[in-house]
Every structure is written in structure tokens, then in C-alpha cells.
Write a protein that binds this ligand. Structure first.
Ligand code: NAP
Length: 506
């Protein structure tokens, strides 16, 4: 058999989740690990999304690692290039480069129940063997291309927001923008001044709140650099405000009416035409879909070179885009802001567990994982930002760091068990956790607000969002409850056979 690199832990992906996991491994004294990354550099979604206007709608002092504060964030809501640079900086500062295997797209990972390890194959022909897999591929990594008749034959440029074609100069061009999600509402204000004509295909109008973005002054930065506790206090305040909002989303959606009024007046400030205002006004409860933040979106839509088609794209005929309501427009380029494969993530087809089934097969009825991390039948495999760990209103980095506590304790528990054991989540524990989560989900705005969104899967189940505060999730993932796992050991018979074989071999 060919010799493969054997490591204690293989981390898949090098976005916030993967890099965070790697830092935590080193802090736990574990250096025997690799990070397998499909692209040529780190950064995950903050590397892939480079569309004009791309920025984070969570304030940077909260949208960063607690263990790597950055006193020098340039803006309250920093742009993609600064967040990407931050992640590169984390990779350097914490000595992660030697662990990185770039251009290693994982094509398959299979659990070997005889050897108690994972065999991980990459597209470049290499194989890595790992005792534990930490899958941090992220839910927003694989673009969803809409299945539109004629799209493949469109003669001009077509690209997804997360795969921006920087060679396409859209200056003076007629552009169709498809979708009105968090990505599209950032692209529209950046594109509108350049394009000759911008036609926005809006299937469902979003709720948009103003974004209080501003440059962080030199004095503030100096303060955070000189007195680091001021940066911590700032982060604490940003976190606390968001924690207080949670019960409105999860228990009292009726309280969100006030927020709707703020969003409506945000629109009314820029959209004077009542017909356009009617098109742009959502008919579902705010918060049901992600609340979007922008102070530039509505002003852009009010410009004379923008048309809002209140209907989805249904067909492309040559260079004509056709909406479901029959509206047609001739365009030179199509930008797809159509989101990601979240509840049907492709990586799930590439994980084969103890029973020989893929994670995708195991999740046919909906994604589920114990404490957002462990799937039954997939020993020593855990995921960062797994099922029901997403947030509608706060920083995902808080959830990632909670999951890193869980990962660290998981590895400690394995140490206690000794080298010849693995942990497999008990189906009963996964079921109990999932029932608790789904029970709480029933009252949330995501399930009752009268919309469809990527939070819900094909069966209408919310398998993406965490229905509580980040503090609750942190408490729930502080340590591993070993009774929720079965300990898997190498079959004694197989061990004996191997010992004899080794003895014979000399
Ligand atoms: P998204 O929220 O899934 O939005 C996809 C959009 O495409 C929706 O408006 C959808 O309409 C529309 N769509 C799909 N097919 C269509 C068709 N045939 N015709 C017209 N419209 C169509 O995707 P996203 O905007 O990329 O955002 C995904 C997530 O990424 C966000 O929710 C957020 O979590 C994250 N994100 C975050 C930031 C940030 O600042 N932190 C920025 C960007 C993205 P329907 O609404 O009718 O389905």
C-alpha cells in the first residue's frame, strides 16, 4: 500500500472556521494536523466573495476572533479586502502556514472502521489519513446557479456573485442583477453608477435597515491599540446588544413590528415613487429572511438607470432576459446573486461513514448533528458551523469559537480513552438534541414569519439557524457529554490478527 501522510487531525477548509480550529489545535498543544484547502489561498467565503461593494454587515470588532483582536479595523463594517487580509494575518501570526495544504480539494473522505481513521482523498491525487476530521467547509461556499432555460446560451458574460469575473468590465453595459439577498443589495449600489442600465430581478423584496457604517478614527484605533480592554469593551457592547435582540426573533416575533417601521421609513427616505415603494415593500414579517443592512441600496434603486422587475428570472432568450411576469429586457451581462447550496451542501456527498453511507444520504430527511457538530454514524468527524448553528443577527465567529471549545474537549476525551478508540454520536442523543432545537424553532420568526428562505430545507425544516442566544450555545458546547457518544474500538479479533501479521513480518 502506498505511504500516506498520517495526521492526528485533518481540518478541511481555511475560512474563519478552519483557521480558528487550527489556532485552537495549536493552543491545545496539538501540532500533528493539516489544513486541506481547495483554493490557492486562505479566507473561505471572504476570499471567494470579491464582488464590488462586498463588506460584512456585522461590525468588525465583533466579526473577528476574540483571541486575535484587531485594533486597526478601518471601518465599523469593514470591507472584504480587510477581512481577507485579517485572515491571512491570523494564518501568519499563529504559525499555521506549515500546516496548510493549498490546492487540496477533498474529493472523498471515508471512515475505515478497522483502522479507526479517515482516509481523505484530494483532487490532486494525494491521500491523507487522519484520526479525526474537523470539517470547516462552511455553508456559504458553493454557489447556487439557478436552473433557467436558455441561461447556458446567453451570449454575454454570466457569473455568480461569489465568483466575480474581474475581467468583465460592466462600465456602460446593460446588466441584469438576479436576486435581492445580502450579496445583491451590496452589489447594486456599486454597479448602478457604472452600468448604462441595471435591471434588478426581485422575486421577493427584502427588509432593509440603514447601515451605520463609518470610518474608525485614528484616535479610536490608538485607544484600542494602547488600552486593549477598550476594544474588548467595544466588542462586549456589540455582543450584548445582539443578545438582547434574540428573544424577539425566537419567541416574540410580534415585537418586530417596530423594526418594520424603521425599515419602511428607511425606504421612504429614498424611494419617492409610490409604485416603486409598493414593489419594494415586503409582505412577510421582518427577520423571517435575514434583515439586510444598507444605506445605499434604496438610493441606487431610485436612480433613472435602474429598473426593478418585481418577478423572478424565468427564461433567457438570446440576449433577452425574461421574468415570470413576462417582462423582458435586453442585456449585455447577467450577475447571479442567487445564493448558496446551504441545506444541500455538496461536501456531504463526499463523506462516507461507518455504515458505508454518505452524509448526504444520512441527512436525506434534513441535516442534523449533535450540538451542531457530530453526525451519528460518522465517528471522529465533526463539523464547524454545522446544522442549526447559524445566526440571523449576530457574529458567526461567536458560534465558531463555541464549537472550538467543543472540538478541544472532544480531542481531550479521545486522549482519555487512549489511542485505539473513536467517538460516534449516539442516534438517540442526536435525535434528542434535534427535537429540542426543532421544538424551539416552532415559535421563531424564521418559521412563522410567512416567507421562504435558505434557512429552511426542501422539507420546510429549519436546519440552519440556532434558536437561542450565543451564550446558550456556548454553554451547550463547553464540554462533551461522553454519555451522548458510543465509544468505538478496533475489533479485538482484527487487532490480534494484525499483531500476528506484524510478528511474522519480523
Ligand atoms: P440569498 O440570501 O440566498 O439570496 C438569493 C437571492 O436570489 C434571493 O433574493 C432569491 O429570491 C433570489 N433568486 C433566486 N433565484 C432567482 C430567480 N430565478 N429570479 C430572481 N431571483 C432569484 O444569497 P446571498 O445574497 O448570496 O446571501 C446568502 C447569505 O450570505 C446571506 O443571507 C448572509 O448570511 C451571507 N452574506 C453575508 C453578507 C454580510 O454582509 N455579512 C453579505 C453577503 C452575504 P427569493 O428571496 O425569492 O428566494
Amino acid at each position: 500500500m502506498a505511504q500516506h501522510e498520517h495526521v492526528r487531525v485533518a481540518v478541511i477548509g481555511s475560512g474563519f472556521g478552519g483557521l480558528g480550529a487550527a489556532v485552537r489545535l495549536r493552543r491545545e498543544g496539538i501540532t500533528d494536523f493539516v489544513i486541506l484547502e481547495r483554493a490557492g489561498s486562505v479566507g473561505g467565503t471572504w476570499r471567494d466573495n470579491s464582488y464590488p461593494g462586498c463588506a460584512c454587515d456585522v461590525p468588525s470588532h465583533l466579526y473577528s476572533f476574540s483571541f486575535a483582536p484587531n485594533p486597526d479595523w478601518p471601518r465599523t463594517f469593514s470591507g472584504q479586502e480587510h477581512i481577507r487580509a485579517y485572515l491571512e494575518h491570523v494564518a501568519d501570526t499563529f504559525g499555521l502556514r506549515p500546516h496548510l495544504r493549498l490546492n487540496h480539494e477533498v474529493t472523498m473522505m471515508r471512515w475505515d472502521g478497522d483502522e479507526l481513521h479517515w482516509v481523505i482523498e484530494s483532487a490532486n491525487g494525494t491521500t491523507v489519513v487522519a484520526d479525526v476530521v474537523v470539517s470547516a467547509t462552511g455553508p456559504l461556499s458553493d454557489p447556487k446557479m439557478p436552473d433557467i432555460p436558455g441561461l447556458a446560451d446567453f451570449p454575454g458574460k454570466v457569473f455568480h456573485s461569489a465568483r466575480w469575473d474581474h475581467d468583465a468590465d460592466l462600465t456602460g453595459k446593460r446588466v441584469a442583477m438576479i436576486g435581492t439577498g445580502a450579496s445583491a443589495i451590496q452589489i447594486v449600489p456599486a454597479l448602478q453608477p457604472k452600468a448604462a442600465r441595471l435591471t434588478l430581478f426581485q422575486r421577493t423584496p427584502p427588509w432593509v435597515m440603514p447601515r451605520m457604517d463609518r470610518a474608525i478614527s485614528g484616535a479610536e484605533r490608538w485607544l484600542h491599540r494602547t488600552l486593549p480592554f477598550t476594544g474588548t469593551a467595544r466588542r462586549g457592547l456589540l455582543w450584548g446588544i445582539r443578545e438582547l435582540q434574540v428573544s424577539a426573533f425566537t419567541k416574540h416575533p410580534d415585537q418586530l413590528g417596530l423594526v418594520e417601521r424603521i425599515a419602511k421609513s428607511n425606504m421612504a427616505r429614498s424611494i419617492k415613487d409610490p409604485a416603486l415603494r409598493a414593489k419594494l415593500t415586503p409582505s412577510y414579517r421582518i427577520g423571517c429572511k435575514r434583515i439586510l443592512l444598507s444605506s445605499a441600496y434604496y438610493p441606487a434603486l431610485a436612480q433613472p438607470n435602474v429598473d426593478v422587475v418585481a418577478s423572478g428570472l424565468s427564461e433567457v432568450r438570446g440576449s433577452t432576459v425574461v421574468a415570470s411576469d413576462g417582462t423582458e429586457a435586453e442585456v449585455d451581462a447577467i450577475v447571479l446573486g442567487t445564493g448558496f447550496h446551504v441545506t444541500d451542501m455538496p461536501i456531504a456527498d463526499r463523506v462516507v461513514g461507518a455504515e458505508g453511507v454518505t452524509l448526504a444520504e444520512s441527512w436525506k430527511g434534513g441535516m442534523r448533528a449533535l450540538r451542531g457538530a457530530s453526525a451519528a454514524g460518522f465517528p471522529n468527524w465533526m463539523t464547524i458551523i454545522g446544522p442549526n448553528t447559524g445566526l440571523g443577527n449576530s457574529s458567526m465567529i461567536l458560534m465558531i469559537e463555541a464549537q472550538l471549545n467543543y472540538m478541544a474537549d472532544y480531542l481531550r476525551q479521545l486522549d482519555v480513552l487512549g489511542g485505539r478508540a473513536a467517538l460516534d454520536a449516539r442516534p438517540s442523543a442526536v435525535g434528542a438534541w434535534n427535537r429540542r432545537v426543532q421544538d424551539r424553532m416552532r415559535r421563531t420568526v424564521w418559521n412563522t414569519g410567512g416567507c421562504t428562505s435558505w434557512y429552511l430545507d426542501a422539507n420546510g425544516r429549519n436546519t440552519t439557524v440556532w434558536p437561542g442566544t450565543t451564550a446558550e450555545f456556548r454553554r451547550a458546547t463547553r464540554t462533551v457529554d461522553i454519555s451522548e457518544y458510543q465509544v468505538v474500538r478496533v475489533p479485538a479479533q482484527r487487532d490480534a490478527k494484525k499483531a500476528v501479521a506484524e510478528e511474522v513480518a519480523g
